[in-house]
Design a protein around this ligand. Sequence first.
Ligand SMILES: Cc1cc2nc3c(=O)[nH]c(=O)nc-3n(C[C@H](O)[C@H](O)[C@H](O)COP(=O)(O)O)c2cc1C
Length: 224
Amino acid sequence: MSPDSSSDIDIIPPDLLLTTTRSVRKRIDFDRAVDPLILKESLEIAIQAPTGSNSQGWHFLVITDPDKKLALAELYRRGFNEYASVPQVPRFGADDPRAGQMSAILSSAAYLSKRLHEVPAMVVPCVDGRWDDLSVFHQAGAYGSIFPAVWSFMLALRARGVGSSLTTLHLMYEQEAAEILGVPDDITQVALLPIGYYTGDTFKAAGRISADQRTYWDSWGETQ
Ligand SMILES: Cc1cc2nc3c(=O)[nH]c(=O)nc-3n(C[C@H](O)[C@H](O)[C@H](O)COP(=O)(O)O)c2cc1C
């Protein structure tokens, strides 16, 4: 059943973009530099995202210098090895779509970790302020004022044939990354996006726990 709606947007292309923007790791073209105009255009789109109190406290570090990419990749690999050293116990029931996805995700994540220094570009999104010991209200305001822009950036890249993935493992060593990149003390890094043209034509929607199962009407747990 189609929902009742009226809008000036043809929903088919945006829905396709929103449902097929995947974490691109194995399908990055490591040998082709990304046109800086694509990065600039996608960042201009990204900053149309909302921010708390219209703060617009975002900053985006684009890294193409091979020595800096290598130094960041080494921090990332330390983080990845730490993450991967914790035994990956099966956490999901057989009817949970995540159960069948984890080995491919881990293999793809290990591949990216190994080749991270070779990606054509990295983007480290940052935001004004330091957020240690913040209330839930302030944490939501802080991260909520940067991740909508990060996701918009990934969508805009994907629409232009460029893949990315949202990664956070280098943040285990955020201070060392700040020294490599000259990030001031009053700025927080929130992610590291490896970026490159993707190989192949398209991507598929992923299996997910259905939104219906996780949507409650009027009281927690009341699904429809
Ligand atoms: C907050 C956050 C942190 C993530 N950190 C990493 C990471 O450090 N390395 C990585 O390879 N993927 C990372 N991912 C990507 C997830 O593994 C990925 O989104 C998930 O497996 C679903 O796959 P999909 O993005 O292709 O739909 C992260 C995603 C989010 C939202």
